[in-house]
Each structure stands twice: as C-alpha cells, then as structure tokens.
Design a protein around this ligand. Structure first.
Ligand SMILES: [Mg+2]
Length: 213
C-alpha cells in the first residue's frame, strides 16, 4: 500500500514539465524548437544539425543549456528567457490537481531544469501556483541540472529539507536515481520503467496524490 510509504513525508518535490501538466499539451516541443533556433543562430548550424546537437547535448549533460555553457561558454540568462518565451494557451487550470496538492501535509515545492520564471508561469496557467511554497529553477542549482547529484544537493540545501522525509515526482526516470539514493520516495509520473530506484509509478498524478491524503 503506497500510503504507508509516505507517512513520514513532509516535503513534496515536483518536477514541472510533463509532471504537473500532461505531455499532450505539447508545450515542451515549443521550448525545444526555440532551443534549436538558438543553437542554429549562435553556432551557425542548419536546422537538422542544430536539432541533433540539442538532443545530444540534452542526453550528455541533462540539459542543452549545461552543454552550451560548458562547450561554448554561452550566457545562461538570455538563453533561458528566450527558450521559455512560449505561449501557454494549451494549458488549462486543473482544479482536481489543485485540490489534491493542497491536501498533502507539509511543504510542496517545484524543482525544474527549466527557469524559475517558467515554473511560475506554467503553474499559474494550471491554477496550481498557490499550492506551492517555493519554486526552484536551473538558476537556483547553479545551472547544474538534474540528474546530477550537485543539482539535488543545492536545492535540498536551499530549501532546507531532509531527503529522508521527502518524496519526488518526475516524468524522467533518470532524475529519480539520486533522490532514491538520498532516501526519498520516488514516483515516476506518466512513464514506465523497471529501474530499481523507482518506488512507485502512476499515469494519474491527481489520483495518486488523493490516495495519500
Ligand atoms: Mg519533466
């Protein structure tokens, strides 16, 4: 019974993209296209080359931005502003999700590899911004992304929570390995994985949270 596993959880950590809104909103595609455009312009590449490089960089370092900083010394701030400047029309308020988040006992935070401002805009569009106590973007983690341990260490220190009393919700399995090692309950949302570091999996975040309260 999952409920018992969450009995001592007092900090609830949520990824943003494809965790707090469904992938079919296709928002991330818009961000990826902006990133590809950025790579084309800055590195003077054709579309296909730029798209492949963006994807390879994401695989290698957790975010395209991390690789662009490392390999090309780009300034992260204008990059983040540009790639997150997308329309959020595809998102609608989710009153059931708001309700299930509010019922969780303790502190609720967002931890995204996107920018903090992106997290605020997206949660506002979903009507769930008021359910969160804090938002942590990539800039809060010194631009080191999940799945790297440094990113988790920084956010845990900033927020001041004890990993042994926390749970992490994510749509990317690889981002749950370190939380598992740190003693957090790990929940994979909307995806399937047979990795041992995944404690729980669900296609229905709202329903899953409702069963915990
Ligand atoms: Mg995600």
């Amino acid at each position: 019974m999952p409920k018992e596993k969450f009995q001592n959880v007092t900090t609830w950590v949520f990824d943003l993209d494809h965790t707090l809104y469904p992938p079919d909103a296709n928002l991330f595609h818009g961000i990826q296209e902006k990133m590809t455009g950025y790579v084309m312009r800055e590195l003077k590449l054709e579309y296909q080359e730029a798209a492949e490089l963006r994807s390879r960089y994401w695989r290698e370092h957790g975010t395209t931005l991390a690789s662009l900083m490392l390999n090309h010394g780009i300034d992260p701030h204008p990059f983040l502003d540009e790639v997150h400047d997308i329309a959020l029309d595809a998102l609608s308020p989710d009153l059931d999700l708001v309700d299930s988040l509010h019922n969780l006992p303790g502190r609720r935070i967002v931890f995204t590899n996107g920018s903090k401002e992106h997290a605020r805009r997206v949660t506002r569009a979903r009507g769930i911004d008021g359910a969160f106590d804090a938002f942590y973007g990539i800039e809060c983690a010194g631009f080191t992304p999940k799945p790297h341990r440094t990113a988790f260490d920084r956010v845990i220190e900033l927020d001041g929570f004890e990993p042994g009393t926390a749970a992490m919700f994510e749509d990317e399995a690889r981002n749950l390995e370190i939380p598992y090692e740190l003693g957090m309950q790990t929940v994979l949302v909307g995806q399937k994985s047979d990795q041992a570091y995944i404690h729980h999996q669900t296609d229905d975040l709202t329903g899953f949270l409702r069963n915990l309260a």
